[in-house]
Design a protein. Structure first.
Ligand code: MD6
Ligand code: FE
Length: 209
C-alpha cells in the first residue's frame, strides 16, 4: 500500500482505485440505489440541498426539518441495504481498523451541485476516522481546521481518490465548492459520487433508545 500524502492532517491517497475497481464499486452502488433510492434532502433550516443522498449500512445519515441524525431506515420506510463488501475492504485496508463502519453515506452531485463548509459531528465517537471515496467528475474539496474561520486549502478530488479524516483533522471544516461536470467518463450521464464511511456508535445514536 502506498503511503498517503498528508494535507492539513487529512491523509490522501490519490488514484487509489484503478478504473476497474471504480467500475466494480459503481455497479455495487447501482444495487444500493435500487434498494434505497437517492432522494433530495432538506436542511433543518428548510433549505433543499443540491446533492442527492442515500445510505448503506446499519444506520444512514438523515437531514430534514427535525434535524441532522442517523436512522435505521430510508425515509421511504425500508431498512438501508448492506455496505458492499468491496467498500468495506477499502475501509479496513486504509484505516487498519477491525471495527466495521455503521454507515456508508452516498452523496450524488449532478451539474452545479456543491456542499457547504461543514463538520461531521453527528457521530458518537470522534476517535474513529471518516473515510471518503470519490467516483466520477472532479470536485474542488476545501479543507480547513477545527474552527470555521481557520484558513483553508483546496484540492481537486478525482475519480478513485480516497481521503481519510481522522485524529486532529477529524473535526476539521470541509466542503465541496464546485464540480468539473463531465470531466470523468465513469458515469455515463456525468456527475460525481462521494462515499463517506463512518462509525456512528455512541449515546446519541438512535440504537440506544
Ligand atoms: C464530498 N465529503 O467529498 C464531501 N466528510 O463530497 C465530505 O463531506 C467528507 O470528504 C468527511 C470526511 C471526508 C469527506
Ligand atoms: Fe463531511
Amino acid at each position: 500500500m502506498a503511503a498517503p500524502i498528508e494535507i492539513r492532517g487529512f491523509q490522501y491517497w490519490p488514484g487509489h482505485l484503478d478504473v476497474s475497481a471504480q467500475s466494480t464499486l459503481l455497479s455495487d452502488l447501482r444495487a444500493v440505489v435500487a434498494a434505497a433510492p437517492l432522494y433530495s434532502p432538506v436542511t433543518p433550516g428548510g433549505r433543499p440541498m443540491s446533492v442527492r443522498m442515500t445510505s448503506a449500512g446499519r444506520l444512514g445519515w438523515i437531514t430534514d426539518q427535525r434535524g441532522y441524525r442517523y436512522e435505521t431506515h430510508h425515509p421511504a420506510g425500508q431498512p438501508w441495504p448492506p455496505i458492499p463488501p468491496a467498500v468495506l475492504d477499502i475501509w479496513h485496508a486504509l484505516t487498519g481498523l477491525a471495527r466495521a463502519p455503521d454507515c456508508c453515506l452516498v452523496n450524488f452531485y449532478g451539474e452545479g451541485a456543491k456542499m457547504g463548509l461543514h463538520q461531521d459531528r453527528d457521530e458518537g465517537d470522534f476517535s474513529f476516522p471518516v473515510l471518503s471515496i470519490s467516483l466520477g467528475d472532479e470536485a474542488l474539496f476545501r479543507m480547513g481546521g477545527p474552527n470555521r474561520t481557520d484558513p483553508t486549502e483546496s484540492l481537486w478530488l478525482k475519480s478513485g481518490d480516497v481521503l481519510l479524516m481522522g485524529g486532529p483533522a477529524r473535526l476539521a471544516w470541509h466542503g465541496i465548492d464546485r464540480l468539473r461536470f463531465r470531466s470523468s467518463r465513469l458515469l455515463p450521464g456525468g456527475g460525481r459520487i462521494n462515499l463517506t464511511l463512518r462509525v456512528v456508535e455512541g449515546a446519541t445514536s438512535p440504537l440506544s433508545s
